[in-house]
Design a protein. Sequence first.
Length: 328
Amino acid sequence: MISILISVKNGAVFLPACLDSIRVQSFSDWELLIVNDHSDDGTQEILSNYASLDPRINVYQNPGSGIIDALHFAYQQSGGKHITRMDADDLMTARKLELMSETLVTHGPGTLAVGLVEYFSETNLGEGYKKYADWLNELTLASANFEDLYKECSIPSACWMVHREDLDRAGHFRAKVYPEDYDLAFRFRKVGLKIKPIPEVLHLWRDHADRASRNDPHYLDNRFSELKVSHFIDFDYNAQQPLVLWGAGQRAKDLAKHLLKKKVNFRWITNNKKKIGKDIYGVLIESYDLLGELEQAQVIINISATDARPMIEQAVKAHSSFAFFHFC
């Protein structure tokens, strides 16, 4: 019924706990396809031992390099009706597979089952991680994950499950785009999957110093501006309406670069008086009073100061014909 896909690289420290959390699941009709991504620690020995204990565990070597190649290869070997991911340093709660698969069966194809997540750590866990998990869980409970997709990845990594045919429609792991989970979330939205939340913590994210999101160069620049701009142009952008970028900080400048690279025309505004009138990348920074001159505009809001965002959002909402998107 369920295929679980894992890529692991040098995961010997946490891998046994991860595999144990899968083996004790309340739902037993699953296969695990785990790809060793050129590990040089004790990962392979652990995988071989677990595969000998449980015939549902299938171990492969990555024929390519990196997590995307590994997941793509694992998916090619899979045969389950329902597909989910897992990270080799995390833990499943006991009924994760049961509840997610049950949700897919109940609601049928076109469904994206999403559960709640929780961070844990053997050391001090930063407030930023707690806030991120709280934000994700709030979106999930409201089935609103796609509404804030341009802020950050709002589909919790490794805490989703989908029908095989729907993953195929979304292009599964063919795209060589990092971060792979964020890119896939955009593609889930594009094919029209409906969020079906499970109001229980199903996945435990382990924070540790060697986590890929902390060290892999593909994830170090957490702005992901190129990815966001690419999907915005592909899905939300309307060339018949004026596009406005609000914000003049470094993140907004990064967005502007990618919009210009894509040859997208836009007006650039700010409420920072010190920036008004400046020319950046050949675009004049204008006052946000410009909004009063426009109709049916699309507004990208990229403001790092969280306390300023409500005022800016209110200013945009005052124009009922405007559509706005938070990129932050």
